[in-house]
Each structure stands twice: as C-alpha cells, then as structure tokens.
Ligand binder design. Structure first.
Ligand SMILES: NC(=O)c1ccc[n+]([C@@H]2O[C@H](COP(=O)([O-])OP(=O)(O)OC[C@H]3O[C@@H](n4cnc5c(N)ncnc54)[C@H](O)[C@@H]3O)[C@@H](O)[C@H]2O)c1
Ligand SMILES: O=C(O)[C@H](O)COP(=O)(O)O
Length: 389
C-alpha cells in the first residue's frame, strides 16, 4: 500500500487516479511515500525521511524546498502547461479590466444612490471618468514565453495587438508554438520601452525576484499598464506604488493582494485565482497523480523539476533497481559491478544526469537480494536505492 500525504484542496479527479486497493490518500498520514500539494509552503521538516517524491499540482515550485529535496534524492514533479489556459484567460481578462476600468466603473455604479432618474443622471455625469482604450494597435510586452506566456502572446495577436516577447531560455517546443508575429525583445528594458502593457509570466527564482523594479518602471512608457499573474515577488511592490503615485504607471493588475495595494483606485488585485478553474485543477491533479504513480510503481520520471527525464519500459519478470546518485564519474561502473558480483544479469539499463544529480534504472533477471541493495547504498555519492519487484 502506498500512502500519499496531501496539502491544499486537490481535485478529486486527480485523487481518483490512485486505485483505492493500492493507495491511501489523506491530509493526515503518518508515514507517507509521497507528498502532493498546491501552493502550501512546504517546509523540509514536513517531508519525512521515507518520502520518495513530491508532486506539485500546478506550475510554480517556489513554495517547495527543491534544493533540499535534491540533496535528499527526492524528485519534485509539477504539471507543466496543465493550468496555462486558465491563467491565459484571466490575464486576457486583466487587459480588458485595465483598459476599460471595469472594476472601478462597476464599484461606482454599484454604490449609486437615489431614484432611477438620479442614478441615470449620475451615470451620464460620472462615466467620463472611466473612458478607456481598445486593444488593437496597442503593444503588449510578454516576459516569459513558457506555457502561459506563449498562450497569452498568441491570444493578444488574435485580438489585434502588437506583441513583443522576452525569454532568454525559451524552449524549442514553445518557440514552435509562438506566433511568428510576436517580435523578439533582447532584454527586459527593451521590452518595457516598446510596450503599452506588460505582463509577466516567468517563475520566481533568485534571477527574477524584483525583475520589475523602480528603474525599469521609470524607463517604461508613461501610462504603462502592468499585469502580474506570475508571483508577487517578481515585481517590486514599492516601486509599483511609487510609479502609480507619479501616474507614470496607469494601472497594476495582479493576482497577489497585500495591505499596501488595498484601496488603490488604479490597482486590481485578485485572490490568486489564475489557476482556479475546475478544468485546470483537474488537469493539474491528474497529471501529477499519474506522474507520482508512475514513479512509485515503475521508477520512471516525467516532468520533474530537479531530475532528468527517465522513462524505460518495464521488461521481463525480474526486479528493477532505481538508484539516485551524485553526478560523478564511475557510478554506473560501481552499480553494475555490484550486480555482477552477485551473479545478476542486467536486462536493460538507463542512466541520465541533470546538474548535480544522476538517476539510473536497471532491470535485472530475477530478484535483487537485500545485501546488493546495501552494497550499492553504501557507495559514496549514492543518495537512494530502491528495488521495485
Ligand atoms: N497566478 C496563478 O495562479 C499562476 C498559475 C500558474 C503559474 N503561475 C506562475 O507563472 C509562472 C509561469 O508559468 P508557466 O506554466 O508558463 O511556466 P513555464 O515554465 O512553462 O514558463 C516560464 C518561462 O519563463 C522563462 N523565464 C525564466 N526566467 C526568465 C527571465 N528572467 N526573463 C524572462 N523569462 C524567463 C522560462 O524560460 C520559461 O520559458 C509559474 O512559475 C508560476 O509562478 C501563476
Ligand atoms: O503556480 C501555479 O500553478 C499557481 O500559482 C496555482 O496555484 P494554486 O494551485 O494554489 O491555485
């Protein structure tokens, strides 16, 4: 029986991927084999020694101590692209909300008092405050052309906008998906200087913390509208407030409310709703549940943020050995020597590395005795050894 410890509200459709006769899933499990979560800020101490994998039913993994998990030989899975459409829709909605002052206008209309004739008079008198602008012909800057950024860029093109994009590490897959009408910026500064509206879709990490700062806002076009559905810390909030006060920035639409943003006319802060659709929650939970199951049951790794992709079809009737080790020379030699010394014949083998880690899957004929596992586990640099029968 495998045990999955859950944090947050994980879609039932995802939890149903774990067969009840083989899996127990609960937010209250003493000795979990895996952890599944959404935005819960996971502490290393919440991951017991025996945990084999962590699954993030979503995109961002900045809430997970990924480096600590890597040191312990634990893959962290996520669900690339599974919530991209949901975030794209809300971001595109954000363009309209800002361009037409919809939230501010709605608040104005909602609070009108008096007779219908008086309300009508106030409407006609007040509506000039909410004159907006249309999207065709405006330039949208998209920072981060991953699963979400590409969808946002292509939709903005379809809406008649000009789009300029910046992503220093765009993948070949995303480049193929991106409309050829999206213009490339070579830096954030160049993008900011060319755009009327800017939307950020890069992950939060040490390189992107404070990516949108005071000097970048100062160099941007006056009247810029900034959208942030990535992470709060990618944008320096104080710099945004100052740029709004100076009216250099015309609006800030984000998914991350805070005290400082409260009560500001030109700020629309939503309660982290980017991925909060039934479809996206199901997609993410199903994708991550399937990846966790595959890892637990076969050792295969798909979509881990800290491990290489290793997918080897299960052959024969023997055991499978899965070894996580430091990416240093001669590990493979020592693993195969230990197997050969025990008289075990290797049927198939796959070894791949990523950064400081390497992962090896070996199918052998017959059963692997515990002593062999112990020998391999004692090799310097081996972080984890597991046998799947
Ligand atoms: N508001 C929400 O509910 C919500 C939902 C999903 C994702 N997100 C956030 O959005 C982020 C992006 O999601 P995604 O699914 O598109 O991820 P993704 O990994 O597919 O794309 C991220 C892209 O950002 C690029 N990037 C990295 N550093 C960059 C930099 N310095 N400048 C420009 N581009 C850079 C990467 O090369 C990559 O192409 C997530 O990491 C998460 O933090 C928020
Ligand atoms: O990175 C993500 O996938 C989003 O921020 C979604 O977070 P959530 O799963 O808590 O809604």
């Amino acid at each position: 029986m495998y045990r999955i410890l859950t944090f947050n509200n994980i879609s039932v459709k995802g939890l149903e991927r774990f067969p009840r006769d083989q899996y127990e899933t609960s937010s209250d499990i003493a000795h979990p084999d895996a952890v599944m979560l959404r935005s819960h800020k996971l502490q290393e101490s919440e991951v017991p020694e025996a945990v084999l994998a962590v699954g993030r039913a979503g995109a961002g993994v900045n809430n997970i101590p990924v480096e600590a998990m890597s040191r312990r030989g634990i893959p962290v899975f996520n669900a690339p692209g599974a919530n991209a459409n949901a975030v794209k829709e809300l971001t595109i909605a954000g363009l309209f909300l800002a361009g037409r002052h919809i939230c501010q206008a709605w608040a104005f209309a909602r609070d009108l008092d008096g007779t219908d004739a008086e309300i009508n008079a106030a409407v006609e008198q007040g509506k000039k405050r909410f004159t907006g602008f249309e999207l065709p012909g405006r330039t949208l800057g998209v920072i981060g052309l991953g699963a979400i950024g590409v969808e946002v860029a292509n939709t903005a093109i379809a809406l008649g906008m000009n789009v300029v994009g910046y992503d220093p590490e765009i993948t070949v897959r995303r480049a193929w998906q991106l409309s050829s009408r999206v213009d490339q910026a070579h830096s954030v500064d160049e993008l900011m200087s060319r755009a009327d509206m800017v939307t950020v879709h890069a992950p939060l990490n040490e390189a992107t913390r404070g990516l949108i700062n005071g000097s970048r806002l100062a160099a941007a076009n006056p009247g810029l509208v900034l959208l942030n559905f990535a992470r709060s810390e990618v944008v320096e909030e104080q710099a945004v407030l100052e740029a709004l006060d100076r009216e250099h920035l015309a609006g800030y639409v984000c998914d991350f409310p805070s005290n400082a943003l409260k009560g500001r006319d030109n700020v629309i802060a939503l309660p982290h709703l980017g991925a909060s659709t039934v479809e996206s929650q199901e997609n993410c939970a199903i994708m991550v549940a399937d990846q966790l199951r595959e890892y637990l049951e076969t050792g295969n790794i798909r979509n881990a943020v800290n491990f290489p992709e290793v997918v080897m079809p299960r052959g024969g009737k023997g055991n499978r050995l899965c070894v996580v080790n430091a990416n240093v020379p001669n590990m493979l030699g020592r693993i195969s020597t230990a197997l050969a010394d025990a008289g075990l014949n290797i049927e198939d083998m796959y070894n791949k590395s990523r950064d400081e880690l390497a992962y090896t899957v070996v199918d052998v004929e017959g059963a692997i005795p515990p002593a062999v596992v112990e020998t391999i586990g004692a090799v310097e640099g081996v972080l984890r050894v597991r046998v799947i029968e």
